[in-house]
Design a protein around this ligand. Sequence first.
Ligand SMILES: [Zn+2]
Length: 412
Amino acid sequence: MKNVIVRSNCIVTCNEGAEILDGYIHVIDGRIEELGKGDAPVRCFNKETRYVDARGKTVTPGLIDAHTHLVHGGSRENELALKLKGTPYLEILKKGGGILSTVESTRKSTKEELKTKARKSLDQMLIHGTTTIEAKSGYGLDFETEVKCLKTALELNEEHPVDIINTYLGAHAIPKEYKDNIENYMIFMTDEVMPYVSENHLAEFMDVFCEEGVFSPQQSRVLMEAGKSLGFKLKIHADEIVPLNGAELASEMQAVSADHLLAASEEGMEAMRKADVTAVLLPGTSFYLMLGKYADARKMMDKGVRVAIATDYNPGSCPTENLQEIMTYACFGMRLLPEEIIRCMTINAAYAIDRSQEIGSIEHGKKADLVVFDAPNLEYIFYHFGINQVDKVIKDGKLVVENGKLTEGVRV
Ligand SMILES: [Zn+2]
């Protein structure tokens, strides 16, 4: 499909112009060539033109999931009843559950097994409208498994329509081999794993889980400095549970994003705005952990912080690939408006993965990543919740989802 014309009476561009209420998008060779009001001019058509009639439907940029833990082995449904009974996480850990059980399963899995599982997730993401994701390692922790997981994601990036941007998150937990020796684990990461990951271009970003009982702000800073000097762009899991001035640290280190931020201070938010750090908020995790509260998205927005919203897809605290599900929590939990949330999942999410020049809005020159929702307007997508409203997905100008299903070429 070299030439595609999408006709719709509701195009949500997520660019300054916001919405085109009756218009067309003309795509050539996977890029958006032009858009405008009314019918596409005759000069846009040629013999090969694929005409997508989305009248009565709503077109948005492809959704971007800026925070996922895509590649991992196993699942943790056995912890559900314990969680519902209020068993503290530390007790679940003692029973052999929690993050370290996922580390066990991930280490035991072959690359093919990891790939099959992750591919299934990517299919789900695509069917629900996600066209680009960030994917973190961090369930291997040892050299071999971290590299295995990063390579799995890179291979899938080549094979699957969804674009994947890799993040090395060795600093996700302390592996049992280093239980009482965090310092040595840090040296192992900075001296052995990170240089290898960097030299072999296995990840573009590096992330740290800065939290009480995981990596302290001081330790996080050491790791981030090492990452920066190796050429990684930075991310940080910051201020999720305990306020540790993670937002301030992200700003000082000029991280591209700081994620979670339920306990971020006002000073931290202001520092983020000044340093142009994107806040990546994860309301699905608040919901799933039954925290009874969400990150203060409204306050961040009022302060001028750029806010993105992602799934946090992972086996422990948010096992869903579906950004439409997350829209529901952003809307009814955080009380954000539909036009705000869609930006959080498109253009702002593009900033969170340093791709704002390429994707995230419908404008000339950007990748033709488009979602056609079976909804007459943007509000309807949020109003009618709990079902998949994606009718079509166009990725790089190719139709990859039709009638809510993967098209022939995509299915394996
Ligand atoms: Zn995470």
